[in-house]
Design a protein around this ligand. Structure first.
Ligand code: URA
Length: 298
């Protein structure tokens, strides 16, 4: 049940969050709430601060001794949303906002992929206001060399798929779950996906597409935070909101997400191209697009 926080405390918390934001601190971690402790912890980076509430749920003041005997629910939702504020959210130009995310990523060493032979970070490419976004798994050798997603053989097929939809690659935005090449093109580990995907979520919140197409199981499972087979995942739309971040546009409250086969899989098993084309047609219908006459994704 949502807990209504005392307005004064909420104000104080919001002010504290703004203060940290102004110092460039945007990531907050909540200490697990241990039962019987009347505290609302707000942890900032390495440092943790606890604000004593001394309030009952009905808002009555309590003695400090009594307060420690009551388990305090976690901070209410709108404060949590404030906590999720990211630096790019104060910027209206999506090109600038994406630059901020890229700068935040820096020369990333957050997961092991940085020391497993990556040449460069492959951030994402395309129209920063695209209606349609494609998300793959992670860069391969060509992408690692060129610094751009989907430029190898799988990329050529993705380009053909995009063309078959009657649009150009430049009109969409393309990114991956992980931004560094996994050695030997292995599947990225769950930990690597979890570490890297918050940056993708932020990119999605900036681009604000109408539809995201997850290419393959890794992209689908990570974006949807669910474990299912491709057979179960395909063939329908999901309501999608990028996890842990909000767009600065109050009119964008998430988008549709569709799942289709990864182009690399389609190269290995071209018989499935027809199925992928069905997925893309579903997307086109959602976006009100018509394929050019006589085109297909072969
Ligand atoms: N496969 C992917 O998942 N992403 C790329 O960028 C290239 C190949």
């Amino acid at each position: 049940m949502p807990h209504v926080l005392d307005p004064e405390l909420r104000h104080a918390l919001a002010a504290r969050i703004r203060y940290y934001n102004e110092m460039g601190i945007y990531d907050f971690y909540r200490r697990p709430v241990s039962s019987g402790v009347g505290e609302v912890p707000i942890a900032v980076g390495e440092e943790e601060t606890a604000v004593s509430t001394n309030q009952t749920e009905s808002g009555e003041a309590m003695s400090p001794r009594k307060a420690t005997a009551v388990a305090m629910p976690v901070v209410e939702e709108n404060i949590c949303e404030a906590i999720a504020l990211k630096p790019e959210q104060s910027v209206s130009d999506p090109v600038q906002a994406l630059k901020i995310i890229r700068e935040d990523l820096g020369d990333c060493t957050r997961c092991v992929l940085h020391k497993q032979g990556r040449k460069q970070i492959v951030f994402g490419v395309g129209n920063p206001t695209a209606e349609l976004m494609f998300v793959g798994e992670g860069p391969g050798a060509d992408e690692d060399a060129q610094g751009e997603p989907f430029v190898g053989r799988a990329g050529q097929l993705l380009n053909n798929m995009i063309k078959a939809m009657g649009i150009e690659r430049e009109q969409v935005y393309i990114a991956n779950i992980v931004k560094c090449r996994p050695p030997g093109n292995r599947t990225p580990e769950r930990e690597e996906c979890a570490t890297c995907s918050p940056f993708l979520m932020r990119q999605i919140a900036v681009v604000k597409p109408k539809v995201v197409v997850a290419l393959g199981a890794v992209a689908a499972k990570t974006l949807l935070a669910m474990n299912a087979s491709m057979m179960q995942l395909r063939g329908r739309f999901y309501d999608f909101r990028p996890a842990g971040v909000r767009s600065n546009d109050p009119n964008w409250d998430g988008c549709k997400l569709a799942v289709t086969y990864h182009p690399a899989f389609l190269l290995r098993d071209p018989r499935q191209k027809g199925e992928a084309w069905k997925d893309l047609q579903m997307v086109m219908k959602e976006l009100g697009m018509k394929p050019p006459v006589g085109k297909n994704a072969q």
